[in-house]
Design a protein around this ligand. Structure first.
Ligand SMILES: O=C(O)[C@H](O)COP(=O)(O)O
Ligand SMILES: [Mn+2]
Ligand SMILES: [Mn+2]
Length: 563
């Protein structure tokens, strides 16, 4: 170890106490009424932490500028939340970086733009394909980015544009796909009118069913997207995107929501797909967030690829909105440089000999590894780190089995704590978030109860091992399951009097609690950091492991007073 990586021992807090770091995904403090799944759920373990040790329980900011998002009206999300938690610093994140690259025009001056432009400006027959999430959620993508990108490409010579759209219903309300498609059709018509550009929607599907899988949970999802967007092949063929959404929903209203639409393609009068990707075409994926674009990028970029049979592998010029994996350098070409996250707590701790066990089930596994470590897919040190992924169940929606793998995660964490092989045991319970995104209130209540029971098991192990715990969350979701009037906070009803489920994250602050028999009795939360956020957690963890935190991290949340 070079001396620059050496952390000073903490003046009071010792090393050698196993530390549980437990992230409850999608869990925050909200209005306490019947639409707050956490409030309604029986959560005695979390309730006791709040009630019995007020100096060791507090709230943290988990949205907007506190996690590097463009504005305080941006809800938090797992990417920026886990980046901030792991790095201990606030970085300007993807959405803001793309805003700047587009408004300054720098995006269109980048070498990667020149690279894709070469394809679409070579001949009017060469097509530019844009693939991504059609949404203004600001989590994976934004509608205004897509619009600016299309217009910019047209003014740089694109004569034929095909947009392949994944419908959202997860970061925005279910059913809004219709509005987004209508708005996109208007922009495409403008491109035709103003620029003589033949611009159309060519294929699509629901984001949870088509293309946007993550962490290699289910390659069949990406394969369905490949077939629709690249090969022009899908079980459902329509003459327009609006027709696709309408007809599919009417045929099977229970299954065809925005998140889960099956793949569809737009065909011409002869029944031929209008947007197959051919040799020499350009492809841009317009999502800025990494996790759900990595798998598609592999399929688009890698010569050697075994996850499914691509049938045809067109020779394309491909660029991502950003580089989705900087370790893998994937994709090679990207329009906006991603934040360079350096000196994360993971790296500091490894370089000071701390042994870590990290675990979640597949859908959140990369959150406590890849995102925690600053968007890095590998380990820092094979010997000091153990990563355990518990496979997520396939082929069911998350409200069908709200316990998900909470029991397995709790058991793995407890065993790791009791083994005394690790100094830090870091886990993520996905339930509040994954079930919260379904909009199913009853199931989300069960999900929160499962998480609370999982925490209880983990805290039992912490007690037995004489350890310490730090429990916190990455952003809100389960604490608010209904759309509300922003001024009054009262639930809003649609024209037919029905309440509208809220499937997205929220702006709410998240709790953090510390404790355990190994915690020095004088440790308490400081009261001079009222605006602290997720980025203050890394220094806190480093202190609890017996070190002083690096000076460039956001300040620690704790102080030690004489007991
Ligand atoms: O990708 C998703 O599932 C949602 O868009 C955001 O959820 P996450 O930020 O909790 O992963
Ligand atoms: Mn999350
Ligand atoms: Mn989520």
């Amino acid at each position: 170890m070079t001396s620059s990586w050496k952390l000073k021992p903490h003046p009071v807090l010792p090393r050698g106490k196993p530390l549980l770091v437990c992230i409850l995904d999608g869990w925050a403090e909200g209005i306490e009424d019947e639409f707050n799944a956490i409030h309604v759920a029986k959560t005695p373990t979390m309730d006791a932490l709040k009630a019995t040790a007020p100096e060791r329980w507090r709230l943290l900011k988990a949205h907007g500028s506190a996690v590097g998002l463009p504005s305080d009206s941006d809800m938090g999300n797992s990417e920026v939340g886990h980046n901030a938690l792991g790095a201990g610093k606030i970085y300007k994140q993807g959405a803001g970086l793309v805003d700047h690259a587009l408004s300054s025009g720098k995006l269109f001056q980048s070498p990667s733009f020149a690279y894709v432009k070469e394809a679409f400006s070579a001949s009017p027959n060469r097509t530019l394909h844009l693939i991504g999430l059609l949404s203004d959620g600001g989590v994976h993508s934004r509608f205004d980015h897509l619009v600016k990108l299309m217009h910019g490409c047209a003014s740089h010579g694109a004569k034929r544009i095909r947009v392949h759209v994944l419908t959202d219903g997860r970061d925005v309300a279910d059913g809004t796909s219709f509005q987004f498609v209508e708005a996109l059709e208007k922009e495409l018509a403008q491109l035709a009118k103003k620029g003589g550009c033949d611009a159309r929607i060519a294929s699509g599907g629901g984001r949870m069913n088509v293309t946007m899988d993550r962490y290699e949970n289910d390659w069949r999802i990406v394969e369905r997207g490949w077939r629709a967007h690249i090969l022009g092949d899908a079980p459902h063929k329509f003459s327009s995107a609006l027709e696709a959404l309408k007809v599919l929903k009417e045929a099977d209203p229970s299954k065809c929501n925005d998140q889960y639409y099956p793949p569809w393609v737009i065909v011409d009068k002869e029944g031929q797909p209008i947007g197959r990707v051919g040799d020499g075409d350009a492809v841009i994926t317009f999502n800025f967030r990494a996790d759900r674009m990595v798998m598609l990028s592999k399929a688009l970029e890698y010569d050697k690829f075994t996850h499914f049979d691509r049938t045809r592998f067109p020779k394309i010029r491909f660029a991502g909105m950003t580089q989705y994996d900087t370790e893998l350098k994937l994709p090679r070409h990207f329009l906006v440089t991603p934040p360079e996250i350096q000196g994360t707590s993971g790296e500091w701790l490894v370089r000071n000999g701390v042994r870590t066990f990290a675990c979640s089930e597949t859908v959140k596994f990369g959150h406590v590894t890849f995102y925690w470590n600053g968007n890095r897919s590998g380990k820092f040190d094979e010997k000091l780190e153990t990563y355990k992924e518990i496979p997520t169940d396939l082929d069911i929606q998350f409200n069908e089995k709200p316990r998900m793998k909470a029991d397995e995660i709790a058991a793995a964490a407890s065993n790791a704590i009791l083994s005394h092989k690790y100094d830090q045991v870091r886990i993520n319970f996905p339930n509040g978030d994954m079930v919260g995104h379904t909009g199913d209130l009853k199931a989300t209540i069960l999900a929160c109860e499962a998480v609370d029971q999982g925490i209880k098991v983990c805290l039992g192990a912490v007690d037995q091992a004489g350890g310490i715990f730090l429990i916190t969350c990455d952003h809100g979701n389960a604490e608010d399951m209904v759309k509300r009037d922003p001024k009054t906070g009262k639930p809003v009803r649609d024209a037919s009097g029905k309440l509208q489920p809220l499937t997205s994250h929220t702006l709410a602050p998240v709790p953090i609690a510390i404790g355990g028999p190994g915690l020095h009795p004088g440790v308490r939360f400081r009261n001079d950091l009222p605006a602290a956020g997720l980025a203050n957690v890394a220094a806190t963890i480093i202190n609890l492991l017996g070190f002083e935190a690096p000076s460039d991290m956001e300040p620690t949340l704790i102080e030690v007073r004489p007991p």
